[in-house]
Design a protein around this ligand. Structure first.
Ligand SMILES: [Mg+2]
Ligand SMILES: [Zn+2]
Length: 198
């Protein structure tokens, strides 16, 4: 049934018409270099371009949501984060794709903000900004906190344990958080599973 709203009112978060795949950044799109400041050092994992390409071919927006506590800790600035995001899209651009929108939390965990994952504020902001429907959308991440954030919103959750952290992350289950809906060996594998989830 169509929900009728007063003219000019904003759509409810999560009730929009579009579908999106929310992607984590460090350990998911690129190797996690721990408080990376220099954009030129950033590389993107193999298969990320191909994965984004098939998701976009099926109408998904690509929204990156990332925790960047290094800003509040003073390891790098907002401008550095912006340069890194430009670098990500520069690399993806070689394959003719891009992240549609980046959202990041600059706070340290002690801050107690709502935007640091597993908090869901940045996902809700994106849903408002872009008109995204949770039920048609998914999240891809390499850590339990990515899965937890997606689980809170009812997204299809896909865990891609990053290289070097696979054993550690899988050991965190089931004690540390909700299990992912899907487990994939790579970003490309995650994209394929999202398209085949039926
Ligand atoms: Mg990560
Ligand atoms: Zn925050």
């Amino acid at each position: 049934m169509e929900v009728v709203r007063p003219p000019g009112s904003r759509p409810l978060p999560g009730g929009g018409p579009r579908k999106a795949v929310f992607v984590d950044r460090d350990g998911t799109l690129n190797p996690d270099l721990k408080y990376l400041r220099e954009a030129e050092r950033l590389e993107v994992y193999r298969g990320v371009i191909a994965g984004i390409r098939i998701l976009k071919a099926h109408g998904y927006l690509i929204v990156c949501v990332t925790n960047q506590s290094g800003v509040e800790r003073g390891f790098y600035t907002d401008a550095d984060v912006t340069r890194i995001h430009e670098r990500v899209n520069q690399i993806l651009g070689r394959g003719g794709v891009a992240v549609d929108r980046f959202y990041y939390c600059p706070h340290a965990p002690e801050h107690g903000c709502e935007c640091r994952k597993p908090g869901t504020k940045l996902f809700r902001d994106a849903a408002n900004d872009l008109g995204i429907a949770w039920a048609r959308s998914a999240v891809i991440g390499d850590r339990v906190l990515d899965i937890e954030a997606g689980d809170r919103l009812g997204l299809c959750t896909v865990l891609v344990p990053s290289r070097g952290h696979r054993e550690e992350v899988l050991r965190e289950y089931p004690a540390k958080g909700p299990e992912p809906d899907l487990l994939a060996p790579s970003f490309y594998g995650a994209a394929v599973r999202i398209l085949h989830r039926g």
